[in-house]
Design a binder for this molecule. Structure first.
Ligand code: 0PR
Length: 369
């Protein structure tokens, strides 16, 4: 601590200097987050002090969280779904596996079926919950092999995970087939749509992944990714509106007597921000955003292939990956690299068409000198 506080102007000059060291979004192709929509920022500022961890003090804010769950449940074919706003995909996935574990509390040595493409949050979840992972190999298009998944189910299996929009390649697993397998085995089936949950419904040709498939139990979706909310806002949506109550613990001195959330204190601001974006844009507005991202993805793939860097796969969503050496990417561009060493880019809403052209030009110049 400073013994004596410093002047506000001096303080903010210091903060601004530090902020200027952050990477300019114009050069960020590696992120699944984006610049928040202006209505999310406005709503966020309006609800800055709200705490959903004690909803009885903020009934108005809490009703907006419920409205967000309603909007998402309806989008996913289940208007009466339950759920709540999490801090992001990691918390949603941990909570989903807690629910899966609780659904089979009789099993002494529980395992879960998880594709090799799964986000590392599942490692954290399985570690915390004492679950053994049964990894499922991917097919040639980096989608989970559903028949192999079916073959891995045994009497100790408490749940299965499918990914609707993989982190590394933007692929959607065969969710319809997996849901049918889950139904057959009466198995808890969680769909991680942290990324794809606000892309797939707005595609020209939506891929089935949601509660319209009877076997889907829970869905993770992150407004702080393609939903353009402020950070942090994730969502865990449950087909059964009562399901989350199985995680309830007593909270004797709060305005509510029980809670199922993982976090205690929870910000209302980004949650209202998330709702604000969805209501402001509506389905039509979201379709326009997604169409732009998909168009930019296709242009990026075509442009990279013209330069000589082949796509790793044709993605289902707005993630473009390439066979390309690390030295081929010039500064200050920020891309990422998959576990299979493919160059990975995500055409988020802040990656406008002119930035795709600027990246392609930089790649062209850097690699023809
Ligand atoms: N599930 C999927 C399919 C994800 O892609 C991610 C995160 C998660 C779960 C976990 O979500 P949270 O990070 O919200 O808990 N995917 C990105 C990734 O790990 C997150 C990210 C975003 C990373 C922006 C970097 C970055 O700059 O790549």
């Amino acid at each position: 601590m400073l013994n004596k506080g410093i002047r506000e102007e001096e303080l903010f000059a210091f903060l601004a200097e530090k902020k200027s060291a952050d990477i300019d979004h114009d050069y960020i192709l590696s992120s699944m987050c984006t610049i928040p929509h202006s209505v999310a920022v406005r709503a966020h500022c309006m609800f800055m002090e709200t705490n959903l961890g004690d909803p009885g003090l903020f009934p108005g804010t809490f009703s907006l969280e419920q409205l967000l769950v309603k909007r998402l449940g309806t989008l996913y074919g289940c208007p009466d779904a339950g759920g709540y706003a999490t801090s992001g995909g990691t918390e949603s996935n941990i909570q989903a596996l807690r629910l899966a574990r609780a659904s089979r509390s009789d099993v002494a040595e529980p395992n879960v079926i998880v594709p090799e493409s799964a986000h590392f949050s599942f490692k954290k979840a399985c570690d915390m919950l004492g679950l053994t992972v049964r990894p499922v190999a991917l097919d040639l298009n980096f989608r989970m092999d559903a028949e192999m998944a079916a073959g891995l189910i045994d009497k100790n299996t408490v749940g299965m995970v499918g990914i609707a929009g993989t982190t590394e390649y933007g692929m959607v697993d065969p969710i319809a087939r997996l849901a049918a397998i889950a139904s057959q085995h009466d198995l808890f089936f969680h769909v991680d749509a942290a990324f794809g949950g606000l892309v797939i419904p707005f595609l020209d040709d939506p891929i089935p992944f949601d509660f319209s498939l009877p076997g889907v139990t829970t869905i993770a979706v992150d407004p702080h990714k393609m939903g353009m909310s402020t950070i942090p806002c994730g969502g865990l949506i449950t087909r059964d509106p009562e399901l989350l109550n199985t995680l309830n613990v007593d909270t004797p001195y709060l305005t509510v007597k029980q809670a199922y959330t993982l976090a205690g204190t929870r910000p209302g601001a980004p949650v209202v921000g998330a709702l604000a974006v969805l209501d402001y844009l509506g389905v039509e507005g979201m379709k326009a955003v997604v169409a732009g991202c998909m168009k930019n993805t296709q242009r990026l793939i075509a442009g990279m292939e013209t330069i000589g860097f082949a796509r790793a796969v044709t993605p289902d969503l707005n993630v473009a990956t390439f066979a390309c050496p690390k030295v081929a990417v010039p500064a200050p561009w920020r891309v990422s690299w998959t576990r299979k060493n493919h160059l990975r880019t995500v055409c988020m809403p802040h990656v406008h068409a002119d930035r795709v052209e600027a990246f392609l030009l930089a790649m062209q110049e850097h690699n023809t000198r």
